[in-house]
Design a protein around this ligand. Sequence first.
Ligand code: HEM
Length: 437
Amino acid sequence: MRMKGLSLETIPSIHVPFRFFNTAPWMGVLAALVLLLEADSVFSSSWNPGLLAMTHLLTLGFISMVMLGAMFQIVPVLSGEMIPGGVLVATSVHILLCAGILSLVVGFYWQAYWLFSWAIPLLLSAFVVFLLPLASLLRRRIGGGDSIYSIRFAVLALLISIGLGLVRAANYAGLLQWAGLPNTISLHLGWGLGGWVLLLVMGVSYQVIPMFHVTPNYSTHMAKVLPTAVFSSMLLLTFVANPVIKGVAVLVLCLAATTYGIISIRLLRRRKRKVPDITARFWHMGLLSLIVAASLVMIIYFSDHLFPSIRWREKFYIGTGIILIFGFAVSVIMGMLQKIVPFLSYLHLQRSCMNNFDLLKTLPHMGEFVPPGFPRWQFRLHLAALLLLLVATVTGQLVELCGLLLIVDFSWLGLTLARASRLYLSTAKRVALHNQS
Ligand code: HEM
């Protein structure tokens, strides 16, 4: 494992990232439950309340939940500086985020938009309490090279996406009437998926792919050019009305995403460690989904008028969203979690045995925290769920089966992470008792 450039002195307590990592899969199970309960209508339109609820359980409840936990972990280790406020900030962000997401999602699901007047302050406080201490760190000259470079852009994209989302929610709740509102929805999901999610996966992958899969490093040149291209094209799409410039911006955004996907797949193919590694398959599935989604976004943008009917256009939109959210973002996060959780568990236990090498030998090794059978089945479940989701979107059939499969997919991940956390806790207790005696 390549640990160069990492400062392990500033590693936060394991409870900080683990509370986010262990919450996310159950938000995924809730999304699957919505799919099961709303099977008749959920894919009828991209504005279906059930679909909006499901989308935010996945984008906020799963993706952003894990990514915030990962930021609490990776920024101190990359930069060599702790995020001010440490455990107190993480605990407040976690509680506010969970309460905010649930009130937003229940508001969508039951079209009880008065609940947004709760969701808005809760989500706003969660992201402010998270972003302020982080921004105080990121705005300074800190370590972490290419990863931190892309993470800075990702945090700005999150700020813009959340801002637009809160404005939309305020409109739903009747708290805000604003003429310019109609354009904000595509910008909201553009900054959310094309900005926050893509830029953060880029930033984190620059570290975790070479580190966990022992591949060559990303070229520093490409590692800087790609996030700059993504962020600049999103800025052009937001502030420029000229259709030609907008067209070029969409092309640059999709080409940057495709280039990143191809470069990463080629790096994974040059892994030094040739033992089969299931988690590398999650990256392959995610990156291939990103490349496909980038092509679909170009089709939507440049040939929207060619769709035979509104019905087919809606299916195409929803299908593209599923490939980008479930195929790309959820897949790479599932792959990373099954590497990061055993790694952090072992690292923290190892550090608690520094004065007692005999004890060190009794620690469970990384493969015991998440035994290979678990990711193997996770991959099969997740791939089957993605394919069935696309079949259900196009045909409108098998939606209930899809909901059941997604419940198994996310529960399996939730139980895998809970099992690893339990093994960590019982071993940490044993070590602590031993160190006291
Ligand atoms: C504070 C957090 C957020 C709030 C309050 C929020 C609010 C909203 C609202 C009100 C809509 C519906 C817009 C409409 O019908 O006009 C929406 C749609 C959407 N949001 Fe968010 N959002 C948030 C965060 C996010 C994030 C972080 C992402 C992505 C990473 C995201 C992705 C989407 C997508 C993809 C849609 C369109 C869904 C569809 O067409 O079915 N949202 N959001």
